[in-house]
Write a protein that binds this ligand. Structure first.
Ligand code: RTP
Length: 142
């Protein structure tokens, strides 16, 4: 998910580009204004954290771009491409390391396991599933 600050700062293309260039396959994409219910369900594991209300407010502060990416090891690789939660600790070359400063404005979210990827895809793209397509010219994609 490209978070509201990523959208407002005009970073949508840059962020999509990093995943495309790596060689992952985009199978779903949608700009949306999230409801409070979806935001709270998405981050339900963090509901007891002191920053939870601020986090929900942040996610509701503007449209986000939801994406589903496929590829070998994509969940783990995406976490590396995204970088550490605190952008000041994220390595240069990562999205957060290059493009963000504050933990509370860290421009992008990535699923932390394949299971959560499935859960989040069902939550964010309810009823729409993914778009299945073959990348005939890209044999390195699964
Ligand atoms: P995400 O779920 O958004 O990909 O981030 P993450 O795994 O790197 O970090 P997580 O611990 O799951 O936290 C989710 C998001 O909550 C915000 N946060 N704020 N103020 C704080 O101390 C704090 N800690 C986390 C960040 O936006 C983080 O990405």
């Amino acid at each position: 998910m490209i978070k509201p600050d990523g959208v407002q700062r005009g970073l949508v293309g840059e962020i999509i580009s990093r995943f495309e260039k790596k060689g992952f396959k985009l199978v779903q994409l949608k700009m949306m204004k999230v409801t409070k219910e979806v935001a709270e369900e998405h981050y339900k594991d963090l509901k007891d954290k002191p920053f939870f209300p601020d986090l929900i407010g942040y996610i509701l502060s503007g449209p986000v771009v939801g994406m589903v990416w496929e590829g070998q090891g994509v969940v783990k690789a995406a976490r590396k491409i995204i970088g550490a939660t605190n952008p000041l600790e994220a390595e240069p070359g990562t999205i957060r390391g290059d493009l963000a400063v504050q933990t509370g404005r860290n421009v992008v979210h990535g699923s932390d396991s394949p299971e959560n990827g499935e859960r989040e895809t069902a939550l964010w793209f309810a009823g729409h599933g993914i778009v299945e397509w073959e990348a005939h010219m890209k044999p390195w994609l699964v």
